[in-house]
Design a protein around this ligand. Structure first.
Ligand SMILES: [Zn+2]
Length: 391
């Protein structure tokens, strides 16, 4: 059965096929059959179809690809947020509050909590997302967390190296041998990530973890330069790292190193926003030639948002992305950060993962911050979210 999505004021394909970087077609329509896009183009050329959806002069964009999220945990840290907004500084140790709550939870509780966040992501137009473990920090709870994440996404990341838990205080070797190394398994996760920053893991420790991960056939990503500048970016020369995330404190030399590899820099506007930290300047990455992604970093401590539109609004206002760069970073850029070519763009023959916005342009996501504009989210041709009051 072929479905025609017609009356689209602006169809943004994010596929560079001679239509400018955004691949925009105005007054467009789109045909979906068996989960694939079988036709797209100008409305007046539309083929006949079995059924028709009137997009009411709204916008269609590719589903967002959120390449950085922490969705397996219990509890929340609203009190810590309040303290921070009252003047306390953000430190990596707050993670332990969530670890305590997560360890006391059942697999059902963790699954239910993740399900509600995944529902939020779908309502926000996110059709592909990564999720990390990292709030168990014991072999049993880390494995459980990886299993929970694997129920919702193929992009599962082992982040046992989030922080060293109190029972291994000053004993990294013990933590590596007893928890991190035995938790590494390509069956449960594709990726391995390390929080290489002040109060978390050192560069040398990160090297050891990455070496163990590669021996298990895992692929690598990295949290770095969020809290302070260090030499951690040199790791992109030593290891094939898909994405370095945060990149808040980057020297010109760091940017040159990044640009000499295929590593993506994933910027996380929600993290700087929620911790009231200094924003990185996207213009420096662009002029250095570093590919960019924008992700939500959804986590209960430093960025408790599933709203990609909110992240785009902050990225444009405070990180100096142009609106066009921001949209590309949250779609094609996210796909690149996950080394995926099947998502993040709309092409004939490709997957029908897209979002309908009720606004006449994608710009309204940044121009009208905080206003819910997603009217429908479609994955592989199936509607997984539809706003109640929209036909
Ligand atoms: Zn993170």
């Amino acid at each position: 059965m072929a479905t025609l999505y017609s009356n689209i004021a602006s169809l943004i394909t994010c596929s560079d096929e001679g239509l400018g970087a955004l691949g925009e077609i105005r007054n467009a329509s789109l045909v979906v059959e068996n989960g694939r896009i079988v036709w797209l183009g100008e409305q007046h050329d539309s083929p006949a179809c079995d059924e028709m959806v009137d997009c009411e002069l709204g916008t269609v964009i590719p589903g967002f690809v959120d390449s950085h999220a922490h969705l397996v945990f219990a509890g929340n840290r609203a009190a810590e947020f309040e303290a921070r907004m009252n003047g306390d500084a953000y430190a990596a140790g707050g993670i332990r509050t969530t670890v305590n709550a997560t360890r006391q939870s059942s697999i059902d509780d963790l699954t239910r909590n993740m399900k509600s966040l995944v529902d939020e992501m779908h309502a926000a137009g996110i059709t592909t997302f990564e999720s990390k473990s990292g709030y168990g920090l014991s072999l049993e709870t880390e494995r459980l967390s990886l299993e929970v994440a694997g129920q919702f996404t193929d992009e599962v990341t082992n982040l046992a190296a989030h922080v060293v838990p109190p029972e291994f205080k000053d004993n990294f070797d013990g933590y590596l041998a007893e928890v991190i190394a035995p938790s590494l398994s390509r069956d449960l996760h594709r990726w391995v990530d390390v929080f290489c920053d002040r109060g978390a893991f050192t560069i040398e420790q990160t090297r050891q973890i990455f070496t163990a991960a590669l021996a298990q056939g895992c692929e690598l990503r990295l949290h770095a330069q969020q809290l302070e500048h260090s030499n951690s970016i040199q790791l992109v020369e030593e290891f094939d790292i898909a994405s370095v995330d945060h990149c808040t404190h980057m020297s010109d030399h760091d940017l040159e190193l990044m640009a000499s590899t295929s590593t993506v820099a994933t910027l996380l506007p929600g993290a700087e926003f929620s911790t009231r930290a200094q924003y990185p300047d996207a213009r420096r990455f662009v002029s250095a030639g570093v590919p960019l992604a924008i992700a939500t970093d959804c986590n209960p401590g430093s960025s408790f948002t599933t709203s990609m539109a909110f992240c785009l609004a902050v990225a444009v206002r405070d990180m100096r992305f142009t609106p066009e760069q921001a949209l590309l970073a949250a779609t094609r850029g996210g796909a690149q950060a996950l080394r995926r070519t099947d998502v993040g763009h709309l092409t004939v023959g490709g997957r029908a993962n897209f979002v309908r916005l009720s606004s006449p342009s994608y710009l309204h996501m940044m121009y009208r911050p905080g206003v819910p504009l997603v009217s429908e989210t479609v994955i592989d041709g199936h509607t997984i979210y539809r706003r109640n009051n929209v036909a």
